[in-house]
Design a protein around this ligand. Structure first.
Ligand code: UGB
Length: 598
């Protein structure tokens, strides 16, 4: 009963249509106009079906089958945690910056040429209300380093510290929303010093929305599917179908570190996390923080029951019901230390490549898809709006067997997790209800806090500033310290290069370069000191008191914040900027030995 002229379709198109019709998708082709009318729309529609069919392992028929199965399960209301009791996962606590942390860092730092970095950056950041890609946002606005440059700088620093100096593979997952601008940023900046060949861009595709429990694909209008994002779990499928995971394994990469687009501190944790994975034999190491009850990050728990044991992220919307049904009738309430019972998932994951590739091959990279339809009523027979299958990258351990080991490594928050996810108004509301802001200003202040910590570990006297509040978002900005990854990747490295330093609450210190040494240097008042040294430039700054006007924080006026204000958007999302009032700048772009007495 399909009314169109099918004779000029390719064999593949005809067989795809036949397969779809056989699988309950007759409506996609019903009521078609006669040949000669809307031919372009029809062609585009068929092209979109073919594209989706090619991108999803098992094709559209596989997608529909998976949808029917998951929707049937959702309808019976099966509790995914039935029979399981959550227990504490196996964990290593690195909240303290002590010998244990340095022990793991030392192990991890030897593995820099066996690690690849995977950045999931397909999301648009609607909650942040930012108009570009999130990777182009500045993580700090003293020098306005973007997240993408900051991540690339870390890869360069890892390379510079490994014996082989082999380029660290950098895999970036983009979507149709973020792909063009991500490529543009890389190209406009000459790949930030990386080699083009070490960067692998993988594009995730949208999946069709589903209109009912029978898995009927939803149409926007005649000849047009409704398409929706499939989630960050697509990274596993893409690393499989592209062959990149297997290729990296053949090239000797042993670990992949998965990071998010706006989590600036992730590389602080890399050396120690790798050290933990190596020493404990973890196939999957989830990096975590002490979670605040109710916080929008999942909880990492060991689920025990049904003859099984599985350490997994319990997503934030499922955690409270699970706790109520098992170990905590009050739900997600604070423990004696004020934290949620289970560590919070940073979604920074360190995965052992050998087990990963094996699991990708067995699963085709489709990792624990789920569906979350909103039904019109209790009969669960109709949806309020079309739904779709989704995946989350942290669900990989659901496919693990007895032999794979999952562990959790806990770090302090400013050191490991300070994403920039919320606009100022939402951030202020989150703070008001007792949660973290996870906003531009806090991402920046935590960035400085982590660098201050490196100074403190090196014995520096650091005078912490008072908390300030801009537009309802509280944060502690000073002293503002940037130690670039070129300067130090581990605590030990910072200790070797810093001695006798003291820095006042309003001062600014920026160090960029591998061979910079600071000895007996005092930064008073609001003074600023910036030292930049190229490769081969050995710079010693010693016996100095720095006393200048440094950087001044200037709050944006209401007018500047408004739509007419000409401040860049990455400034507006934090509500302030800095003015350089005469910080001391020492820059060395020729190799050699230099002594600086300011
Ligand atoms: N992302 C993609 O690349 N593609 C997609 O289709 C979707 C996202 P969100 P979410 O660490 O704060 C996760 O939306 O999903 C990228 C964990 O599930 O910011 O709400 C996107 O670009 C949760 O357990 O996060 O929550 C970004 O880089 C918790 O730990 C990343 O995926 C929380 O993150 C995350 O996307 C957290």
């Amino acid at each position: 009963g399909l009314s169109t002229d099918w004779s000029n379709l390719t064999d593949e198109q005809q067989s795809l249509i036949a397969d779809l019709v056989e699988n309950g998708q007759h409506h996609l082709f019903a009521g078609w106009d006669a040949p000669g009318t809307a031919d372009d729309e029809k062609a585009a529609f068929l092209a979109s079906l073919e594209k989706i069919n090619a991108n999803y392992p098992g094709g559209l028929v596989g997608y529909i089958a998976n949808a029917r199965k998951l929707l049937a399960e959702a309808k019976t209301g099966a509790n995914p945690f039935e029979g399981f009791t959550p227990e504490q996962p196996e964990k290593v606590d690195l909240n303290t910056f002590d010998a244990t942390m340095e022990h793991y860092e030392a192990i991890g730092a030897k593995q820099f040429d066996k690690v690849g970095v995977v950045l999931v950056a397909g999301g648009l950041g609607e909650r942040l209300g930012y108009n570009g890609i999130k990777l182009d946002i500045a993580v700090e606005v003293l020098e306005c380093t973007t997240y993408l440059k900051h991540y690339a700088d870390n890869l360069l620093a890892m390379q510079a510290r490994s014996e082989s100096q082999r380029p660290v593979p950098f895999i970036i997952m983009v979507s149709q929303d973020t792909g063009p601008k991500t490529r543009e940023s890389l190209e406009a900046n000459d790949y930030f010093g990386l080699e083009k060949e070490q960067v692998h861009i993988l594009q995730q595709e949208l999946v069709p929305a589903i209109a009912d429990n029978d898995g009927a694909l939803a149409l926007n209008k005649k000849y047009e599917l409704i398409l929706k994002p499939h989630g960050h779990g697509d990274i596993h499928m893409l690393l499989h179908t592209s062959g990149v995971a297997a290729k990296l394994q053949r090239e000797g990469i042993e670990y992949l570190m998965f990071i998010q687009d706006t989590n600036g501190p992730s590389f602080n944790t890399l050396p120690a996390a790798v050290g933990v994975s190596v020493e404990k034999g973890y196939d999957f190491n989830s990096l975590a923080i002490n979670r605040i009850p109710g916080e929008a990050v999942g909880g990492l728990a060991k689920l025990v029951g049904n003859g099984k044991e599985l350490t997994i992220n319990v997503e934030y919307n499922q955690l409270d019901p699970l706790l109520r049904a098992t170990i905590s009738p009050e739900g997600d309430v604070p423990n004696e230390e004020g934290f949620s019972v289970f560590p919070g998932n940073c979604n920074t994951l360190l995965i052992r490549v050998a087990s990963y590739v094996r699991i990708l091959e067995a699963s085709q990279g489709i990792i624990a898809e789920f569906v979350n339809p909103k039904y019109t009523d209790d009969t669960k027979s109709a949806f309020k709006k079309p739904t779709r299958l989704e995946t989350m990258m942290q669900d990989l351990p659901k496919l693990f067997g007895e032999s794979e080991k999952v562990g959790v490594t806990i770090f302090s928050r400013m050191w490991s997790f300070s994403p920039n996810k919320n606009n100022i108004a939402d951030a202020a509301a989150k703070v008001a209800s007792g949660g973290p802001a996870d906003a531009g200003a806090t991402a920046e202040s935590d960035f400085y806090a982590a660098c201050r910590k490196r100074l403190e570990v090196a014995g520096a006297k650091v005078e912490t500033a008072e908390e300030i509040k801009i537009l309802g978002v509280p944060f502690t900005l000073g002293p503002k310290v940037i130690l670039r990854p070129s300067f130090a990747m581990t605590l030990a490295e910072g200790r070797e290069k810093i001695s006798g330093v003291s820095i006042s609450d309003r001062a600014t210190l920026i160090l960029d370069g591998k061979d910079i040494v600071l000895k007996d240097v005092e930064l008073t008042g609001r003074s600023g000191l910036i030292v930049k040294a190229c490769d081969g430039a050995k710079v010693t700054v010693s016996g100095s008191t720095i006393d200048n006007e440094g950087f001044k924080l200037v709050e944006l006026t209401e007018e500047e914040m408004g739509p007419g204000g000409d401040a860049p958007e990455y400034i507006k999302i934090r509500g302030y900027r800095f003015e350089d009032r005469g910080a001391a700048l020492y820059e060395f772009d020729e190799p050699g030995e230099y002594e600086v007495e300011a």
